[in-house]
Design a protein around this ligand. Structure first.
Ligand code: NI
Length: 241
């Protein structure tokens, strides 16, 4: 800290300096991003990156909302009653207060589901390394309840992120949750080994701590795009509250 001046003799000098246009410009803190605001995000760690992304997203928001409305995405999601990989009942209410990331698939899927679950694993590992944002909870919901009982889901998910919660249920329960998320699925014909493929929608859904659907990501979205988008959504949510 600088020692206090014994007198105020330099005051007029300072006043003159601050009157110059350059000084005025430098001392001005007006503008969309204040130093205070930036500091808050810097403390959050990695926050600035998300904030820049957030600003870009704001521009895109109107367009996105328009697009979502036109395909009815705004009304996606809703309540569900299922059973987890330990055989315990789980409903949407159990996840209130958490950000959840829902993927629909089936354990016998030859390549697409494993690819997607690996992708989700990478996304979560990246987000986990970012300070100042909450943990994302991944959910795997089966579209093949006939074969995917809690035990087989538990075994299957061991290859992916340890935080994964796998959910199954009766045909009706799966029908209800897939309908809420507008997930299409259709089991193909059985081969001689009684194996079959289930054709299904490949979309991952982001749901916020209020249990509201926020965004969906198709198969073509990159890990980087999805990670930054989720991070931005989390930061946006946090600072709006
Ligand atoms: Ni699949």
């Amino acid at each position: 800290m600088a020692p206090r001046m014994p007198n105020a003799s330099n005051r007029p000098h300072r006043a003159r300096l601050s009157a110059t246009p350059l000084e005025k410009k430098q001392s001005s803190s007006s503008g969309p991003i204040s130093w205070k605001g930036l500091l808050v995000f810097a403390i959050a760690g990695g926050g600035i990156w998300y904030y820049v992304k957030y600003l870009k997203e704001e521009k895109e928001k109107v367009k996105e909302a328009e697009r979502n409305r036109s395909i009815g995405m705004a009304s996606l999601g809703g309540p569900f009653e299922l059973v987890d990989q330990d055989g315990k009942p789980k409903t949407d209410k159990d996840f209130l207060g958490k950000w959840i990331f829902i993927y629909f698939g089936f354990c016998h899927c030859p390549d697409i589901c494993p690819d997607q679950l690996e992708k989700i694993t990478t996304i979560i590992e990246t987000l986990d390394k970012t300070q100042g944002i909450p943990k994302l909870q991944p959910l795997f919901i089966t579209v093949d309840p006939h074969r995917d009982d809690p035990k087989s889901i538990k075994e299957y998910l061991q290859d992916f992120h340890p935080r994964f919660i796998g959910l199954t249920g009766t045909e009706e329960q799966i029908k209800a949750v897939t309908k809420a998320y507008r997930v299409y699925y259709s089991a193909g014909p059985m081969d001689e080994d009684e194996d079959y493929i289930v054709d299904h929608t490949i979309i991952t859904y982001l749901v916020n701590p209020d249990g509201k659907f926020v965004e969906y990501f198709g198969q073509n979205k990159s890990i980087e795009e999805i990670t930054s988008s989720i991070g931005a959504k989390m930061v946006n949510y946090k600072y709006k509250k």
